[in-house]
Write a protein that binds this ligand. Structure first.
Ligand SMILES: [Zn+2]
Length: 961
């Protein structure tokens, strides 16, 4: 990174980091606040299985700004970092690393060795995270981080599970879920919601021969997007009250819903023989589509079902109870057991696979669903159907389909055994307690989150995997279940110490009660159950911190991306409500997604975004922080990341404020440390602007509206620089009372502003604060981050209104000058200003005349603001313009030559013009003062142009003007 061009500010940020660390400013900012005033921040644990991306950076800045603010407000804000260590993300990485392709491979390799590898690599990127988080200026206690794989954390998870079990909120059930055949585990519904993507499938219409009933010689047409489920077919469903037709086509009789006839027989010749109600078909039997399970009890009947519709397909639904939720319920009603013709690894069972292979259809070892395209399995099934004369039609269709959020494998809808949290009985309380949460933006409360809560299903929390907190469930052969709630309880039951609660350690621990031997069930917990337990587990509650816990729950603040409305926000909320009947957090900021500048997802492969570390080095972390916090991404909207936008913060905010600081430092020796009296209108105005800004910013931060709080800072900096400092330049250069007032005002304003900057731009804030404290009269604050949040004084609205009017008048006069081609350097004689009141105090008038370079003004009353500018140039005005231009040019040259205010020059002006001579006679003293010249001489000569000369470092410099 050494070739990155760093801004001056970025370079200085490194010094600030060193200063904070040397003086332990972060630790002190926490420890010096009273324990009796806690503000609780919960950090959502990230996985350290990859480097942080811009999404993490947005989150990290939000999680830094808010705690810094409340710290300055006098609260003790502990910021313990956390790591998510368990679950599929890390298991997938280790499988790849060890070249393990299936669960069987893992078991052959050894679960113990597998888990130990997970443990060894899970924090692989932790030190890279530390580097980036530090550089960003985010304060977090990373040395004392909690991790979800530590025994105390896991023990508290057991306590959570056991508490829910005791409340009757945990059950084991057999349910249609989504299965990842590669990971060989079922997933929860919100994990499924994370991985939708488009796939191409082949929809297949199959002709099924009826064997009894009134239409025994006809074929029922069924339609499916999942041909691979057809060998598991056990029933056909029709709408009992829906109309169906018997249709004759090419010598065959078919049955199809009346509303679907035109579509299904499109392009074919057909005649409708009869129309009848679906009821008439029920209890007809049919020839099994595939012959492998022909003896399945109660199967191969046509039955009525209310979920059947006639808006697509054929109006006759193929039912495979193991592979769909409607299917499963209908199977239960009709007393037909699910037929599992596919195993959890996504392969056909041997009855199906062997028979198909024997007939020459290649199905073994092929995934049941391919990524993106249709599966070869579906092709084989369709070929088989065609060969047997059962295929009526096929068509490609693109539709959205769920994929595994970790390994991208298309999921299978699959009835399986799982452990659940009974969320569906809690919907009312979940919705009610959602009302206690301050959501930012607030539409998420009733929208994304509220809707999800209303419809929340039971939460599948068990995973048939290895690296996770094991379910604390032991079972006897007769089904008796024992749920353990602590490590100590397990130790008592097994009679020895247990150091680690991971699966490979405790799976073979058994115990006997009342003659029954209990063995552990194999499943581990969903890693979202673990992160949702974070408020309790990070404190090892209730085994430790039982007394302190009440003050730290619910949390005051959390922040994450909007995908967490179905992830961490949700699991925190469910568990807190289940345990304590309360929300888990009081305030939450939800951020949107950071996209690449081209509007696409940021992608390593497309290389369409700059490395965050490079951007921070180039423009400074402050620029990145402010750019993000003032953007819509903190209102859950998407942001196209623009490096130019970060650059602009550097130029329009950081550099400008640093220039104001430099300007103050230039004259700081004349600041006597007084408290300004605000007598000058400019001083009164900038202090009013400061109070106005502080009030708006405080309100924004208290409401967790980060962009509102951030944006007012930029407009203040602009006003400070382009109006206050610019208009006060002459005041600060001219010795006297007014200079002392102006300098004291600028110092006071920047000092308070440094505190206001502290949450958003902690580095710049520190630089400004430190520079301004170096005078004896100032407080000895060691860091802006140890100081208190300033309190806004009453805003002098009159000062704001009047200066607003002044600035409006100035811009009118400038417009007139512009149109007349009279640059501001040319003094003008007179202006008439019309205002609604007809009044302008002398002070304001002075500011106006000075800014627009006009000698005199008359103010009169009228309906609207207006200006009349006298553009007549008298010889006196021309000479004044000349003097001003000469001064400007000489000062330009002084700057180019690198002179400072300590350097004096001698100025000599040549000209043939009497005019110039007269001008010099009039203005020599003023020019000398403004150009820091010890003398100004005139010499007759040079007919063509006026020339001036002065010497710098033995060198003559000439200018024409
Ligand atoms: Zn998977």
């Amino acid at each position: 990174m050494s070739d990155v061009q760093k801004s001056a500010h970025s370079t200085q940020e490194h010094d600030v980091l060193g200063y904070w660390e040397k003086h332990k400013i972060f630790e002190r900012s926490v420890n010096e606040r009273p324990e009796s005033r806690p503000y609780t921040f919960y950090d959502g644990p990230p996985f350290a299985t990859g480097l942080p991306h811009y999404g993490h950076i947005v989150g990290s800045v939000m999680k830094d700004v808010i705690p810094r603010f409340w710290t300055m407000k006098g609260y003790r804000v502990e910021r313990r970092w956390g790591w998510d260590c368990h679950g599929l993300p890390i298991e997938n990485i280790v499988e790849k690393k060890l070249d393990l392709k299936s669960k069987k491979d893992i078991e052959n390799f050894g679960v113990g060795k597998f888990n130990e590898t997970c443990e060894a690599v899970v924090l692989e990127y932790a030190s890279a995270w530390k580097t980036i988080i530090r550089r960003l200026g985010r304060w977090a206690d990373m040395d004392n981080a909690y991790s979800t794989m530590e025994t105390p954390y896991m023990e508290s998870i057991w306590w959570v599970f056991r508490s829910l079990w005791d409340k009757g909120l945990i059950y084991e059930g057999y349910k249609p879920m989504h299965l990842c055949p590669r990971c060989e585990t079922t997933l929860s519904n919100f994990e499924v919601a994370q991985g939708y993507a488009d796939v191409t499938d082949i929809t297949t219409t199959v002709a099924v021969e009826l064997t009894s009933g009134p239409y025994a010689d006809a074929k029922a047409l069924i339609w499916t997007t999942t041909p691979w489920t057809l060998p598991g077919n056990v029933l056909l469903a029709v709408g009992a009250d829906m109309e169906y037709c018997l249709v004759e086509s090419a010598g065959e009789k078919y049955i199809v819903a009346k509303a679907r006839v035109e579509d299904v027989f499109k392009g074919k010749e057909f005649t409708t023989v009869e129309t009848f109600i679906g009821n008439k078909l029920s209890e007809s039997t049919y020839d099994p589509i595939f012959p492998y399970f022909a003896k399945h009890a109660n199967a191969f009947r046509v039955v009525g079902a209310d979920f059947v519709t006639d808006d697509s397909g054929t109006g006759i639904v193929h039912i495979a109870p193991a592979f769909g939720s409607d299917d499963m319920m209908l199977g239960e009603t009709e007393n037909v057991k699910p037929l599992f013709h596919v195993k959890m690894n996504g392969q056909f069972v041997s009855e199906v696979a062997d028979a198909l292979e024997a007939e020459g259809y290649k199905v073994t070892g092929i995934p049941m669903k391919a990524k993106g395209a249709y599966s070869e399995i579906d092709i084989q099934i369709i070929k088989w159907l065609a060969h047997k004369g059962k295929l009526f039609a096929k068509e490609k269709v693109v539709h959205t389909y769920p994929h595994c959020w970790r390994c991208d494998t298309p999921l299978l809808n699959y009835a399986a055994n799982s452990w659940f949290v009974k969320v569906s009985v809690m919907n009312d309380v979940l919705v009610k307690n959602n009302q206690t949460i301050n959501w930012v933006p607030d539409n998420i409360k009733e929208g994304r989150f509220g809707k999800w809560l209303e419809g929340a299903h039971d939460w599948a929390i068990s995973r048939s995997r290895y690296w996770g907190t094991p379910l604390p469930v032991w079972r006897a052969e007769d089904g008796h279940t024992y749920v353990i709630g602590s490590k100590e309880e397990l130790e008592k039951l097994v009679g020895h110490e247990v150091k680690d609660l991971h699966k490979h350690v405790i799976d073979n621990l058994t115990f006997t009660i009342d003659g029954r031997e209990y063995r552990r069930i194999p499943e581990v917990l969903d890693c979202w159950f673990e992160s949702g337990s974070m408020p309790y587990s990070q404190l090892h509650y209730p085994f430790e911190n039982e007394r302190g816990f009440a003050k730290k729950f619910p949390g005051d603040f959390i922040a994450e991306g909007q995908d967490q409305t179905r992830g961490w926000f949700y699991t925190l909320h469910v568990l807190a409500n289940a345990l304590f009947g309360s929300a888990a957090f009081k305030n939450v900021i939800v951020n949107g997604i950071v996209l690449a500048e081209d509007g696409k997802k940021m992608s390593k492969r497309l290389n369409n975004y700059p490395d965050p570390m490079v951007v921070m080095e180039k423009y400074g972390a402050d620029a990145v922080r402010y750019y993000l916090m003032s953007s819509p991404v903190v209102k859950a909207e998407n942001l196209r990341f623009s490096e130019a936008g970060v650059d602009e913060v550097g130029k329009k905010f950081i550099t400008i404020l640093r220039n104001c600081l430099s300007f103050y430092k230039l004259y700081a020796e004349h600041d006597d440390g007084r408290v300004p009296n605000e007598a000058h209108v400019l001083d009164a105005w900038i202090i009013a602007r400061l109070n106005e800004t502080l009030e708006a910013q405080t309100k924004g931060l208290e409401a967790y509206e980060l962009a509102d709080a951030a944006r007012v800072l930029q407009s203040f900096v602009t006003d400070l620089s382009t109006w206050y400092v610019r208009r006060s330049r002459d005041r600060m250069k001219t010795p006297g009372e007014d200079r002392a007032e102006a300098l004291a005002t600028l110092r006071l304003v920047m000092k308070i502003f440094s505190k206001m900057l502290a949450p958003f731009m902690p580095f710049l804030a520190e630089v400004v604060y430190q520079e301004l404290k170096q005078k004896a009269w100032d407080d000895k604050g060691e860091s802006v981050h140890l100081s208190s949040w300033p309190t806004a004084a009453k805003v002098d609205t009159k000062a704001l209104t009047q200066m607003g009017e002044v600035r409006a008048i100035v811009s009118r006069i400038m417009e007139v000058r512009d149109q007349a081609g009279k640059a501001v350097k040319q003094a003008l004689g007179h202006v008439t200003i019309t205002t609604p009141t007809g009044k302008l105090s002398k002070n304001y008038l002075e500011v106006i005349l000075d800014e627009v370079n006009v000698k005199k003004a008359r103010v009169k009353q009228g309906d609207e603001l207006a200006v009349e500018l006298d553009l007549t140039l008298t010889p006196e005005l021309v000479r004044e313009g000349m003097a001003r231009e000469l001064t400007r040019r000489v000062n330009g040259l002084r700057k180019e030559a690198g002179l400072t205010i300590a350097d004096r020059i001698e100025l000599k002006v040549w000209s043939a013009s009497e005019e110039v001579k007269t001008m010099l006679a009039e203005y020599a003293a003023a020019i000398a003062a403004d150009t820091l010249s010890t003398k100004v001489d005139f010499a007759q000569g040079l007919t063509i142009d006026h020339q001036a000369e002065f010497r710098v470092a033995e060198q003559d410099i000439w200018i024409g003007f």
